[in-house]
Design a binder for this molecule. Sequence first.
Ligand code: AQP
Length: 332
Amino acid sequence: MKRIFSGVQPTGNLHLGNYLGAIRNWVRLQDDYDCIFCVVDLHAITAWQEPRELAANTREVAAAMMASGIAPERNIIFVQSQVPAHAELAWIFNCVARLGWLSRMTQFKEKAGKHRENASVGLFSYPNLMAADILLYKATHVPVGDDQKQHLELTRDIAQKFNSDFGVDFFPLVEPLIFGSGTRVMSLRDGTRKMSKSDPSAYSRIEMTDGADDIARKFRKAKTDPHPLPETPAGFAGRPEAANLMGIYAALSDIPIADACARFGGGQFSAFKRDLADLAVSVLAPIQDETRRLMGDEAYVDGVLRDGSRRARALAGPILEEVQAIVGFLPA
Ligand code: AQP
């Protein structure tokens, strides 16, 4: 069976972008793939995380994944730091990847911003850890948003260089799985920036835990333009905010964006935003209820994660041992 690895950082509340661009698609993959879903806390600490919040966010992300429909019995759901092989393989990849490759990663440039010298070394080498996450399980496919395509290319480069340096055919060349609508959800305050947990403005995103009033308020305040909604997708040229809101509507209702345009084209934003908020509430409310229920049972969530880590270690252990032998490390 084809194997998928995918991860989400416990860096704060999940938002509609994480849901429509990632988690909802993962739910749909569990029938056709052997799926490994990871809460990537080692990635999270590449930027400062309050320890108590990190622990709470780790549980909450796992609970939200399960509440969205990812079944722990059929998939592996686990926490990255509970499987030390990720860090061990990442170290080997630190020695395979070239500085020049990492210097070209646009996400590092965006996240480090002007204060590059103050960024953590972990933030710079983050893509090597991501390559380790994927290759540790010899995953064949990775569902990626637009923003992660460059990192996946790097994973392929690392696999190829490892294979050629050591004269082996060990790591597979992983393929991206790109999804259609809802792949990239943009900020509600600026249609050219992606919706993100770390955006300082809470009005830029719909959080998975937002209640009906917050959702309605955030959509009401979302940036728009003075024109009526377009009747076809061609009318979104130069109108990123309108395109984003209609894209969210189409993704939430699982219809092509052209159909959403046909429904609302020529209308005003105010009425459309009310419908959009109602739709978002109807999709998110059941997930929120289930997340709350799971968060009330910490022992259950921790148990699922421990069991997932145990199963992940069982898969990763033999692969790491083979890598260590290839590199020339003495067996432990
Ligand atoms: N705006 C988005 N639209 C579509 N997909 C998105 N993803 C994130 N933002 C959007 C996808 O969600 C998955 C998990 O992402 P992540 O939490 O590991 O990290 P991220 O991509 O860095 O997400 P954020 O929200 O922007 O977090 P911060 O602010 O902490 O960096 C990934 O599959 C991602 O593509």
